[in-house]
Design a protein around this ligand. Structure first.
Ligand code: BGC
Ligand code: BGC
Length: 634
């Protein structure tokens, strides 16, 4: 009897890799006190080629079931834009979904945890009910590193509540052409502001100790030159995924600068850009990914591809895999067909087109970060944090961000601050009362969506609360105020009109535009309100500086509110002077469409090109002669 038991135990130990069942013989890689590099080598030494290739594979959750994660040893799963659980967009369903994948990864023989990723670029923005912060362009205008750090911390908390440890942020793009639909994802056209704020964001996500339970890993993106794409070289003859030109010095000075500091500041994963540099797709550029990023800059974390981006490299799928892995891509966001990818990569190793040394290097980098993150010790996040999602504290933080990011562009005729003591106010614009529009792209859905898409307050909510009880606040999206006529048929007038001009929500690919003028209909709305009111305040909801035409001539005051996110009501705080305006343009504002592209870091007015320079932003008491008014250039 004793014998049989011993034999069974011995057999079990043989069968179980490294004798994991027995406490004493627990493999080194599971020893949290062992040095990380030793753990990496120990684990790597136990892995088959299939297991290694699995670590290098990142799949969108819509394309994989948990059992396939076990079968293919998948190293990473993500939710793309709009990738909420099909069972329901609640924190509980998110946690269950992510946990099911994690359990499947832990059911592999070596029990290597997977890393689950998401684009939480302005809050945990795919999750309904999570606080949505202003997009980066607004945070650039606020230019408050501490604020950005706190937003990142709050975002990490929301992610961990749903079991997620990996954020595809911050964006380090230094956008050069505002017709690009990703302009708002960039903090600034000035690389120094980008660096400063992105560092703060990374710091907020990762803390001092990445292995702590309250941290997630960030992913500076998109390496490198994503913001430099040239008009006409991208999709549909526009910008996105296009070609960045110019010489090496320009690439280094403008686009590479932030990476240098972010790597020093602890970046552990970096995403490659869809774009090309000098005509060659970034995912094929070993000279930049391996030679610059890894060798010259000393990056020893892992490089992740962008979404199906290797497919854009010329050649067939097999050659795309070979080229990108050899260029230095460590984990590939496949994102649909893991069988095709893992087969191709295994084949490439067997054919000698990718060396085992390259595979080991990639896997080492991925495992290193998983160990550093403490995933082997706590792979699950913390569902107890679900209670903090959308909390008052987070909403308050978002309000602060909205207040600080608003830029006052013009203020004449004492239009601002608003007084509660007025008898009638006309408000218009669909963006005045729409959480979806004010949040922009990457909110619940990939491209965003107008309407009541998540919890939040609108600009109109804030105004209605701030005006006194005796003020008649009249709102119509199109400025058609039926019944607002006097007995003699003339239009009723108000002391104040507030028109919100807005861009519809958009994200990458779909947000490129040949013209940055507002649609004609919105300008007609503006005219309708103008003729009824003494003072007209224009609020601009946009992901970039817009071509203003004669809006400055029509408006008394103009405020750039960017894409403020879920707490739109906070716009009223600055309009009423409860909180001073503090925002300063982090992108120079161009004169008109014809001037595009302009130097986004221009610090001087230039009547051919620049209407408001970088750093411009008024206080309510700035005297008119100290403002840049519309007649300035005449
Ligand atoms: C975007 C990335 C994003 C990824 C995953 C890509 O299309 O370019 O910024 O991280 O999708 O959603
Ligand atoms: C996904 C996004 C991704 C995009 C790229 C979408 O279907 O939801 O996350 O960035 O595809 O093409």
């Amino acid at each position: 009897m004793r014998h049989t038991i011993r034999l069974t135990i011995a057999l079990l130990m043989l069968l179980t890799v490294g004798g994991m069942v027995s406490g004493q013989d627990s493999p080194l890689y599971l020893d949290a006190s062992a040095p990380i590099e030793d753990r990496v080598e120990d684990l790597l030494g136990r892995m088959s080629l299939e297991e290694k290739v699995g670590q290098m594979t990142l799949i969108e959750k819509g394309s994989i079931q948990p059992d396939a994660v076990t079968e293919y040893y998948i190293g990473g799963v993500l939710s793309g834009g709009g990738g909420y659980p099909s069972s329901g967009n609640t924190p509980e369903r998110w946690y269950e979904m992510v946990t099911a994948y994690q359990d499947a990864a832990l059911a592999t023989p070596l029990a290597i945890p997977l890393i689950y990723g998401v684009d939480a670029i302005h809050g945990h923005n795919n999750l309904r009910g999570a606080t949505i912060y202003p997009h980066n362009i607004g945070l650039g205008a606020a230019n408050d590193a501490d604020l950005v750090r706190r937003i990142a911390q709050a975002t990490a908390e929301d992610m961990l509540a749903t079991g997620i440890h990996w954020n595809y942020a911050p964006v380090l793009a230094v956008p050069q052409d505002y017709r690009w639909g990703r302009t708002y994802e960039g903090y600034s056209g000035d690389p120094d502001i980008v660096t400063r704020l992105a560092l703060a964001f990374l710091d907020g996500l990762q803390g001092d100790d990445l292995s702590a339970d309250d941290t997630v890993v960030g992913t500076p993106k998109h390496f490198v030159g994503d913001g430099g794409v040239v008009w006409g070289t991208g999709m549909d003859g526009m910008l996105d995924r296009g070609d960045t030109r110019g010489d090496e010095d320009t690439l280094r000075e403008i686009h590479l600068t932030p990476y240098v500091d972010l790597i020093e500041g602890g970046a552990r994963s970096i995403m490659v850009s869809f774009s090309s540099w000098q005509g060659v797709k970034m995912h094929a550029r070993g000279d930049l990914i391996t030679d610059w990023l890894k060798d010259e800059m000393g990056f020893d974390g892992f490089v992740v591809s962008d979404w199906q981006a290797i497919d854009e490299i010329p050649g067939n799928y097999y050659s795309d895999v070979v080229t990108s892995v050899n260029a230095g891509v460590d984990m590939n966001m496949v994102p649909y067909n893991y069988i095709q990818y893992t087969d191709a990569l295994i084949q490439a190793v067997e054919n000698g087109d990718v060396t085992e040394a390259r595979i080991d290097d990639a896997v080492r980098r991925i495992l290193r970060v998983k160990f550093e993150l403490g995933l082997f010790e706590n792979p699950y996040g913390d569902p107890a944090l679900i209670d903090t999602i959308g909390s008052d504290e987070k909403r308050e933080l978002a309000r602060e961000a909205v207040q600080k990011s608003a830029v006052l562009l013009q203020n004449i005729n004492d239009a601002l601050p608003l007084s509660a003591d007025v008898s009638r106010v006309f408000i218009a614009g669909e963006g005045a009362d729409d959480v979806g529009i004010q949040s922009g792209g990457w909110t619940i859905e990939w491209q965003g969506l107008s309407g009541n898409i998540t919890d939040g307050t609108t600009i109109l909510d804030g105004l209605e609360a701030a005006f006194g009880e005796d003020t008649e606040v009249i709102y119509n999206r199109f400025g058609r105020y039926r019944g607002a006529e006097n007995e003699d048929g003339s239009l009723q007038r108000g002391e104040v009109g507030i028109v919100v001009l807005s861009e519809p929500p958009y994200a990458e690919m779909q947000g490129d535009r040949p013209s940055l003028q507002f649609e004609e209909g919105q300008l007609v709305t503006l005219e309708r309100v103008r003729e009824r009111v003494d003072k007209l305040i224009v609020i601009i909801i946009s992901g970039r500086p817009m071509s203003l035409g004669d809006i400055p001539q029509q408006a008394d005051a103009m405020v750039a509110a960017w894409l403020p996110g879920s707490e739109g009501a906070a716009i009223a705080d600055v309009l009423f002077g409860e909180v001073p305006f503090n925002g300063k343009l982090s992108f120079a504002w161009h004169m008109n469409d014809a001037a595009l592209p302009v130097d986004p870091a221009a610090t001087e007015v230039d009547c051919e090109a620049i209407r408001y320079p970088l750093g411009y932003g008024l206080q309510v008491d700035t005297a008119p002669d100290a403002q840049i008014l519309p007649d300035h250039c005449e």
